[in-house]
Design a protein around this ligand. Structure first.
Ligand code: HEM
Length: 540
């Protein structure tokens, strides 16, 4: 049915006004070339005679085709398939006890946001209904700069250290010889890696659960995954886990439905989000915080720096502190959804990092990949990436520079430049990294506090209802059933056994195998050594 656009008012805020200055509407306008020449005919090339060869002189043909030839940029190396929307965020009450971030204190502020949801493994054109983790990346255009909360719809991750990320992604992406399968984890290389990586046990329970096949992007939770820090005006820090709670609730489809929908409408989630916003049924989430006092850092039987662990809500309740509303579809998919460059290094005063080794590596990876994906060092000048505040610093030049910086100087300190930007005192809002005390040796290891891989996996499995458990067992049986190498299936059963014996037995039954005894696990491939193998074994 036709959607009544009048239902969806076009909201005005600093970001939409800023973007509007860059939009082009050609209705009723005359066609011209990129240099402004009015075009008389763009449907016939210039030829020598009416049946003759096309002339090299034809700059109109050349310009049109050249631009077309360069329309594509590399897709994201992960999270390539995405859907985006504009919106606003409002905090319910000032959070000054925990953070000095203005957008988390001023209840009168409507902070503009852009959100991009994504699948992880598939390419740009792959189906929305793949069994996969979903990206949930939120950019807040605050008056103190952009803050990006680059999370997923699951609260934990597969690996504990970013150095393993290329391995994880090489394993899950299509296999390199034949580029099969598209957008699916049901293949040998993925399960080979997972079965050798016991730290992924908790995440694999989430990834095989109904959470991996959402009914709608509007019905997913979001999680910042890592532990971050909030810092208040007195410089006091608290640990924090970020959550998004959908007001429509959390809903999934069954695997049979997912496969059916994939065939009939691979854009199912994208269409659902677009249509909802277009019709004025604006999706909403509440921002949730789990706040952990700094003094409680070592209170738990898991490490707050370990991204394969969550903080159970029974131990630290989630406080709902504000609301996100998505209320405007992008005008142009490429310009906005494709060119946005999220980075969890985009923080504002009042929010800071922790030493989670996955988080630390991510701080390097995003800008690095965007330098290639978006063609050089000036991608922050692309309209969707600009902060709502003007930018003044001494960075200059590079491919596609847009800003025309005035003045003779682009260095600091200098005594010549009346245009030189001034550093900002901390008391006036200048960003200062949290003054964490560090006294340590340089070591390439992992702390033993990261070694319990199965307790929370078991906790998750036990938290599932009977039908959810059955879905999980069916998912594992389906996925492992696609694995050709029997030794991988057996090793995976060895992992499942450590989570829950009944789970392992049921998956084994579905696969026509038996759960291996410890001494039946393929010896050279049993449990991977990590750091000191002796330490590792001692905690099993
Ligand atoms: C992209 C989340 C771990 C590298 C993304 C996106 C999300 C995300 C949501 C898509 C952003 C968008 O919509 O544009 C996460 C979460 C992680 C995680 C929640 C773990 C807690 C990592 C790690 C690395 C990494 C460990 C590398 C060491 C990348 C890269 C992209 C990406 C290279 C593509 C960015 C771009 O092309 O703009 N991630 N990620 N991620 N992630 Fe991660």
């Amino acid at each position: 049915a036709a959607i009544d656009k009048k239902l969806a008012p076009q909201p005005e805020n600093d970001k939409t006004t800023q973007l509007a200055a860059h939009t082009a509407d050609a209705s009723g306008e005359q066609m011209n070339t990129n240099t402004g020449l009015p075009v008389n005919n763009d449907q016939n090339s210039l030829k020598a005679g009416d049946r003759g060869p096309t002339l090299l002189e034809d700059f109109i043909l050349r310009e049109k085709i050249t631009h077309f030839d360069h329309e594509r940029i590399p897709e994201r190396v992960v999270h390539a398939r995405g859907s985006g929307a504009h919106g606003v965020f409002k905090v319910y009450k000032p959070l000054s006890e925990y953070t000095k971030a203005e957008f988390l204190n001023d209840t009168g502020l409507e902070t503009p946001v852009f959100v991009r949801f994504s699948t992880v493994a598939g390419s740009r054109g792959s189906t929305d209904l793949a069994r996969d983790v979903r990206g949930f990346a939120v950019r807040f255009y605050t008056r103190q700069g952009n803050f990006d909360l680059v999370g997923n719809n699951m609260p934990v991750f597969f690996i504990q250290d970013a150095v393993k990320f290329p391995d994880l992604i090489h394993a899950v992406k299509p296999e390199p010889d034949n580029e099969i399968p598209q957008a699916a984890s049901a293949h040998d290389t993925f399960w080979d890696f997972i079965s050798l990586m016991p730290e992924s046990a908790h995440m694999i329970m989430w990834a095989m659960s109904d959470r991996a096949i959402p009914r709608s992007l509007r019905m997913m939770e979001g999680f910042g995954v890592h532990t971050f820090r909030l810092i208040n005006a007195e410089g006091k820090a608290s640990f924090v886990k970020f959550h998004w709670k959908p007001l429509l609730g959390v809903h999934s489809v069954a695997w049979d439905e997912a496969q059916n929908i994939s065939g009939k409408d691979p854009d199912f989630h994208r269409r659902d989000l677009w249509d909802a916003i277009e019709s004025g049924a604006f999706p909403e989430w509440e921002l949730g915080l789990q706040i952990i006092p700094e003094e409680d850092e070592f209170k738990y039987d898991f490490d707050l720096l370990d991204p394969t662990k969550l903080v159970p809500e029974e131990l630290v309740p989630v406080q709902r502190v504000g609301k996100l509303t998505l209320n405007r579809n992008p005008d142009n998919f490429f310009a906005e959804t494709e060119q946005i460059a999220f980075h969890l290094g985009h923080i504002v005063p009042g929010i800071d990092f922790t030493d989670d080794p996955l988080l630390q590596g991510r701080l390097f990876s995003y800008t690095d990949t965007q330098l290639t994906r978006l063609g050089g060092p000036n991608f922050q000048e692309i309209p969707i990436n600009r902060p709502i505040v003007p930018v003044y610093n001494n960075q200059r030049d590079g491919f596609m520079r847009q800003t025309i910086n005035k003045g003779k100087t682009s260095y600091n300190p200098n005594s010549l430049g009346h245009n030189a930007p001034q550093q900002v005192k901390e008391t006036a809002g200048g960003f200062v990294s949290y003054r964490e005390r560090i006294e340590a040796r340089k070591l390439r290891v992992r702390n033993k506090s990261f070694f319990d891989h199965f307790s929370q996996a078991r906790l998750f499995f036990n938290s599932q209802s009977d039908s959810e458990k059955n879905h999980l067992i069916d998912a594992l049986t389906f996925e492992l059933g696609k694995v050709k190498t029997v030794a991988i299936r057996i090793r995976m059963l060895g992992i499942l056994k450590q989570i829950d014996k009944g789970l392992a037995a049921q998956v084994a039954f579905g696969l026509g195998l038996h759960v291996p005894a410890d001494d039946e696990l393929p010896t050279n491939q049993s449990i991977p050594a990590d750091g000191d193998p002796a330490d590792y074994q001692s905690v099993q």
